[in-house]
Design a protein. Sequence first.
Length: 266
Amino acid sequence: MADSSATPASGKTFGVTIEKLSKSFDGVPVLKNVSLEVKPGEIFVIMGPSGSGKSVLLKHIAGLEQPTSGRVFIGEFDASDPATRDKVHLALVFQAGALFNSMTVYDNLALYPREHRLCSEAGIRERVMHALQILSLEKSAGQYPGELSGGMKKRVAIARALVMEPQLLLYDEPTSELDPVMSATITEIIATLREQTAVTTIVVSHDRDLAIAIADHMAILMDGRIRAVGTAADFKSPADPAIANFLSPTIDLKNPRFKQLENDYE
Ligand SMILES: Nc1ncnc2c1ncn2[C@@H]1O[C@H](COP(=O)(O)OP(=O)(O)OP(=O)(O)O)[C@@H](O)[C@H]1O
Ligand SMILES: [Mg+2]
């Protein structure tokens, strides 16, 4: 990765406070009384099984979902208030990348500053090329997402977030579907960007190696509730059997899980 002197749009970094957040869809509870504190400038990793509510939680921080009850604050600003987006530069790297396939990599990155008329076309070019350089993607500026590997698409999605000069950077499953080396590379990128820009970083992930390597703090979400919060070191040998089983599942061919799933439905 190229060296960079990137800094957030302003020197300000924001913490995130989640207070007794609950969310139901059509009466079905997904988040249940979730409270968390993310400090300014830290990397906070949220782990948990599929369907436990991680993406829904991240969308509340990004202001894309409204709480059923409870509140989410970015600094002193309410995340569900649309005006907060004018006060905090926030970027979300979506689970599936959410790139526009009909646009080149360059145009994908230029879209947000163009739509928000953030600066002149020359200024946009500078921002876009700078972000591409940070992710070592300069040569891909003219390519379309369909021509890129999964790892490159993830890097483009991160570069697009950087163009927003974020003060709060949210990643949803940044290493899913990648090989172990590319996962490690993306993990290094996330940590390096935080080092260089002091951007508060919240990562939703299943990737235990990522969490242990770069989290200042991490939380485990299970069935919509926070099961545990601590430093990465606290989760090296967890006492809670449910967490130990989630982080280091054993493969038991004599008593396989899918048989238990069948029993659950009987
Ligand atoms: N807009 C929605 N309407 C109804 N139900 C939803 C909606 N969004 C999420 N859900 C439900 O909320 C639950 C949690 O979903 P979520 O996407 O947050 O899981 P997740 O922890 O991110 O899972 P994964 O690890 O597989 O990405 C799921 O049962 C899902 O079907
Ligand atoms: Mg998800």
